[in-house]
Write a protein that binds this ligand. Structure first.
Ligand SMILES: [Mg+2]
Length: 389
């Protein structure tokens, strides 16, 4: 079965969640929390990421087979990524075998070689790859996790992400990850603020719960080492993405300077290559590729294999947030834990806050993906309107 066409379409609008406002106890941490970030050193942008992050419109990628069967995946970062798919990559893979996910993925990465397969290009490759896997599942009438070999576990064990630790505990999670509010630009006072936040969360969780700290590229080597030493007594399961992702030498030095602290990173690494480098040079312990950013499911399979071969673990960035991450985590035994970001307000049941089709939500910290064909995203064939950019 050939690939007939690749379409760039308007993203479906699932509308706002229709939960009862009376359930809301307080605003979510997500609304306006200060999060240390790479722009924190510039006062005009220091506190809130929404002040500088791009507001490109999301879109969708549809791969159509010769018999009219469709596969769908969401696309991120709007016009720049949509143009790569629409004006270049899509037409280059038309006519290829729709089952040949490895070959087509290899073609996509090589087609991006003249301008680099990372960054923006990696979002384009990811969307096409995931739409192709969805198509493959739809053609075979099987869920994608079965195409990967079948379920690797009975249910995905999830940790919550966000700074509403009390609410996460109430929802039944026994593991939670905090967003770090302060970075080097906030001085000693900020450092102590970070310590206080971790101390309070550990107190709420007790000794049995797992606690992680996400530092979103905001630190440098010295600050990471200093904070890690101050936090040692709180037994963090890991410190995440403390460094600028491209500074691989700093990752090596931090690994040596805080040997007691498990380190995780990878959501802003693109293609499998940095993960292979990290395995070879023992940069971190936990690899965290994002399936929608790193190059799709085909790349995630490679990274999970690298992690297993190197004695590392792989935990997808926001893997519990989409059916794509859920199916990959369910089917690949190299992925042993699932991140579920909680951005809805405390008091609102997770199922009441979710409007997207095919997205399973955790109950008591566990979830089982949908078992529909493909990724189970139910793309409406009447919605092939071209994305305008
Ligand atoms: Mg992170």
């Amino acid at each position: 079965m050939e690939i007939a066409a690749v379409h760039v379409v308007e993203a479906p609008d699932f509308g706002p969640p229709d939960y009862d406002e009376a359930d809301v106890r307080r605003e979510s941490w997500w609304t306006d929390l200060r999060v240390a970030n790479p722009m924190s050193r510039y006062p005009r942008y220091e506190a809130v990421r929404a002040d500088w992050l791009p507001d490109f419109r999301d879109f969708g990628v549809v791969v159509e087979a010769a018999d009219g069967t469709l596969g769908y995946a969401p696309g991120r970062h709007g016009a720049p990524v949509a143009a790569l798919v629409d004006d270049y990559l899509g037409e280059r893979i038309a006519g290829e075998d729709a089952m040949a996910t490895e070959k087509v993925h290899d073609m996509l990465e090589r087609l991006c070689a003249p301008f680099g397969a990372g960054g923006i290009a990696s979002y384009a490759v990811s969307a096409i790859d995931l739409a192709l896997w969805d198509l493959k599942g739809n053609l075979l009438d099987r869920p994608v996790y079965e195409l990967l070999g079948g379920p690797a576990t009975d249910a995905l064990d999830c940790y919550a992400t966000g700074n509403d630790t009390d609410w996460h505990l109430e929802l039944g999670f026994d593991a939670t990850k905090l967003a770090c509010p302060f970075g080097p630009a906030d001085g000693k006072e900020g450092l102590l603020g970070n310590v206080d936040l971790v101390a309070e969360s550990r107190e709420l969780l007790g000794d049995a719960g797992e606690l992680m700290l996400d530092c979103w590229m905001a630190f440098d080597e010295a600050y990471t080492v200093r904070l890690a030493n101050r936090l040692r007594e709180y037994d963090l399961r890991w410190m995440e993405e403390t460094l600028w992702p491209k500074d691989l030498d700093a990752h090596r030095r931090v690994r040596d300077r805080v040997p007691f602290q498990t380190l995780a990173t990878g959501e802003h690494w693109y293609t499998a290559a940095p993960f292979q480098h990290a395995a070879t040079h023992d940069l971190v312990d936990v690899f965290q590729p994002d399936i929608h950013w790193v190059g799709g499911l085909t790349t995630v399979q490679k990274i999970a294999s690298i992690a297993e071969s190197a004695g590392k673990s792989a935990v997808l960035h926001c893997g519990g947030h989409t059916p794509y991450g859920q199916h990959a985590s369910y089917g690949l035994p190299g992925i042993r834990w699932t991140e579920y970001p909680v951005t809805s307000p405390p008091g609102v049941a997770l199922a009441d806050a979710e409007t997207r089709p095919g997205v399973a939500v955790p109950e008591d910290g566990e979830l089982v993906p949908n078992d529909a064909p493909g990724f189970g995203v139910e793309f409406d064939p009447g919605r092939l309107d071209a994305f305008s950019y």
